[in-house]
Design a protein around this ligand. Structure first.
Ligand code: DX5
Ligand code: ZN
Length: 228
């Protein structure tokens, strides 16, 4: 059984509450912090950048899960404070040089994930096996937090997992990003995913505290956690 991992997306939380939320994530031993970087070109929105990542390092010691929604990541990766143990996801649609981008991530000591938009076939991964530590599957159109999960997501996940198995990446992480909720996470696991971006429908659910949300998220996947 693959380990179930959670990665809260800082885009979905209120900035004023961030220091408190980071403290809770650290105390609760959450796996990563998901940082959405948007350039207004690859996606029609702007979000967190190099300065935010630099300042985050002073506030929290959890590894980062940096999701680059930018054009030509291979031209801009040097600008980011990427550290060993981080995950960096680069979109296959964002550059003609996806292999170079993945190599650059590993050169910085981080784990290289290829990200796929909802309409990108799983087959796009097939040439990338030797360069991949994991895959990020978008379950909404990238660019905005708080959307609804797209129909077809589970099918996409199962096709991606089959492609990963085909490449000998059975133990690599398959992360789902967009509207992962307490209710839908079990069916995403059954489809083949094991890592989840927690946003407005889970770790940043507004009806409860962040600590309660972390407990509820762990409870929602308990049936899939291997016995110690
Ligand atoms: C969307 C981002 C997601 C988003 C998910 O483009 O990549 O990480 O913030 O947040 P929720 O789950 O709140 O939609
Ligand atoms: Zn994201």
């Amino acid at each position: 059984m693959r380990k179930i991992l959670w990665s809260p997306t800082l885009l979905s939380g209120r900035l004023s509450l961030l220091p408190e939320a980071l403290k809770t994530f650290e105390e609760k031993g959450v796996d990563y912090l998901h940082v959405d970087v948007m350039d207004g070109h690859f996606v029609p929105n702007y979000a967190l950048g190099t300065g935010f990542i630099r300042d985050l390092r002073d506030m929290c010691s959890l590894p980062l899960d940096i999701h680059l929604m930018i054009e030509r990541p291979d031209m801009n990766l040097d600008r980011f404070d990427i550290r060993p143990g981080d995950i960096v996801s680069v979109h296959v649609e964002s550059t003609p040089h996806i292999v170079r981008s993945l190599q650059q991530v590993r050169d910085r000591g981080a784990r290289a994930f290829a990200a796929l938009c909802p309409g990108t076939p799983a087959e796009a991964l097939l040439p990338l096996g030797p360069y991949l530590d994991g895959v990020l599957c978008m379950s909404v159109n990238p660019g905005f937090a708080g959307q609804k999960i797209l129909p077809g997501t589970e099918r996409h996940i199962s096709l991606i997992r089959a492609a990963m198995d085909h490449m000998g990446l059975e133990n690599a992480d398959l992360e789902v990003d967009g509207n992962v909720s307490f209710d839908n996470v079990s069916s995403l696991i059954r489809a083949g995913a094991n890592m989840f971006v927690g946003g407005s429908a889970s770790l940043f659910y507004a009806g409860a505290s962040v600590a309660e949300n972390v407990d509820r998220a762990r409870e929602a996947v308990r049936a899939f956690v291997p016995d110690p």
